[in-house]
Design a protein around this ligand. Structure first.
Ligand code: ADP
Ligand code: MG
Length: 476
């Protein structure tokens, strides 16, 4: 993948400084915003969400490949979420040793036992990829993970195309400016929420955005809220605590919070152990799961997005089981898998340990966590594995091949950070949405993309984690 920005532009520091100022104003103007970390719950002081000065090159064929596989990933996640035996088997070892996943799994089992109150299912996924470039080998699209809960930045990324278009014009690159793709996941995500709301069938009922204590990324969510209000659908931002204190079910299991009926609960919280500050938080999650409200995601779809499930899917024959009559779907999905290895007890897991210890730089060691900053790389893989290799504790992890994208030079614009040129790696996310009622899939769409770019010094990623920044693909 070629560096598209000419050297003379990249190295012209006074021009870069001018462009950076223009870029920050453009971001503020377009609403690419974040609250500052000193006051995450007040909009008195806001800043631009971090982003790249220039868009990054992405080869068109792999970009189209990522879009084309999105609806198949939706179908796959939806099928997994309905396959009780598969989830039980796939997660059996993990839940023995990982308390958080075990706790989620217990809710899933309880709901299975009691019976689901709601047959409408709403999925808002983001499948993340990097472009693997091995020596002399072809460039290939490889999945990092799929996010089935609280997948973020669909809102803000809907506003970044105009920022890059503007910067490129100011930089005299009209042709590239015109090549920046339209992208509006905010509308697509809201469209699916709206469809679920409509199927729920009560004009009075609202959509609840279940949000974190700290709300730095509020504007990303506001973009989706505002798309719902455009459709005259009322939404409210609430916390687990509000649900615990003011939530109840009526005899039909309709969810009421503070006297208001809830049609859809969209989780932007509840994906990390730290989100569950007390037993009351777990009670609130359970209340929602038991209710008639449409949950995005419901507990089984949440579990379908775990890294352990991702690893099990890569085993021979597993995808075929989900798509017995669609070899093409199997082929499209499998093409995006990189090597994924079990650390369960037994000879196969022992082999994974030996392989990782022999060449730790080839792999990433992943626990069942979301939100960035949890994965283990390089020498630390050896330290961790030496500690857990003989005990069942190792089953909390999976091992994955490390993907090697080609670094590209760019400037990362971030509040309080010096303007320096960085070697950057990009990660392409694709948003998929679906709605099902009982056996009928009512909607299954790809609704846009997200390019995030980070300095190659960082092994891990994440915009909210403070590592990656927003970007746009420039198709080449
Ligand atoms: P999380 O759920 O915490 O977001 P991810 O699996 O998405 O976990 O990993 C976080 C980040 O780590 C990614 O955004 C990416 O930058 C990096 N990463 C994860 N897996 C790999 C991999 N196999 N190869 C290279 N980088 C990876
Ligand atoms: Mg991730």
């Amino acid at each position: 993948m070629a560096q598209w920005i000419p050297e003379e532009l990249l190295k012209n520091t006074s021009l870069i400084e001018q462009l950076a100022d223009v870029a920050k104003d453009a971001a503020l103007l377009q609403g690419v915003l974040m609250r500052i970390h000193e006051s995450p719950n007040s909009s008195e002081l806001v800043t631009y969400a971090p982003f790249t000065l220039f868009p990054s090159p992405v080869p068109k064929p792999v970009f189209l490949q990522a879009l084309a596989v999105a609806t198949h990933y939706n179908t796959l996640i939806d099928k997994i979420s309905q396959d009780v035996d598969f989830l039980q088997e796939a997660l059996a070892s993990t839940i023995e040793v990982d308390d958080f996943t075990a706790r989620l799994f217990k809710i899933h089992q309880l709901i299975q036992k009691e019976g689901r109150a709601q047959s409408i299912v709403l999925g808002l996924n983001r499948s993340d990829y990097m472009l693997d470039q091995r020596e002399d080998g072809p460039l290939s699209l490889k999945q990092i993970e799929i996010n089935t809960v609280a997948a973020s930045f669909g809102g803000l990324t809907s506003r970044t195309p105009d920022v890059h278009r503007h910067i490129l014009k100011v930089a005299g690159r009209l042709e590239e400016s015109q090549a920046i793709l339209d992208n509006n996941p905010a509308a697509g995500l809201a469209g699916a929420v709206a469809k679920a709301w409509e199927l729920y069938g009560s004009q009075r009922a609202i959509v609840v955005f279940l949000v974190e204590e700290s709300q730095r990324n509020v504007f990303d969510q506001r973009c989706i809220e505002s798309e719902l209000w455009k459709r005259n659908i009322a939404s409210k931002r609430l916390r687990f605590d509000d649900v615990y204190k003011k939530g109840s079910l009526d005899q039909d299991k309709k969810l009421f919070i503070d006297g208001q009926e809830v049609a859809v609960v969209y989780f932007r919280n509840g994906y990390m152990p730290q989100n569950y500050v007390s037993e009351q938080t777990w009670d609130a999650r359970l209340l929602i799961e038991r209710s008639m409200a449409v949950k995005c995601p419901d507990i089984s779809t949440h579990l379908a997005g775990t890294k352990k499930v991702q690893q099990v899917l890569a085993r021979p024959g597993v995808l075929e089981k989900f798509f017995p009559e669609e070899p093409q779907a199997v082929e499209l999905i499998r093409a995006t898998f990189t090597g994924l290895y079990t650390l369960d007890m037994g000879p196969e897991g022992d082999q994974t340990v030996a392989m990782a210890l022999a060449a730790p730089d080839r792999f990433v060691l992943k626990p069942q966590r979301e939100g960035g900053g949890n994965n283990i790389y390089g020498e630390e893989i050896c330290q961790v594995l030496q500690g857990v290799k003989s005990s069942t504790e190792r089953m909390a992890y999976i091992l994955m091949d490390k993907i090697h994208p080609t670094p590209i030079q760019n400037y990362l614009l971030r509040r309080d950070a010096p303007l320096t040129i960085s070697n950057c790696l990009s990660e392409l996310g694709v948003f998929g949405v679906y709605v099902r009622r009982g056996k009928d899939t009512v909607m299954n769409q790809c609704v846009g993309h997200l390019l995030r770019t980070k300095s190659s010094e960082h092994a891990d990623g994440g915009v909210a984690a403070g590592v990656a920044v927003l970007d746009n693909p420039l198709l080449v």
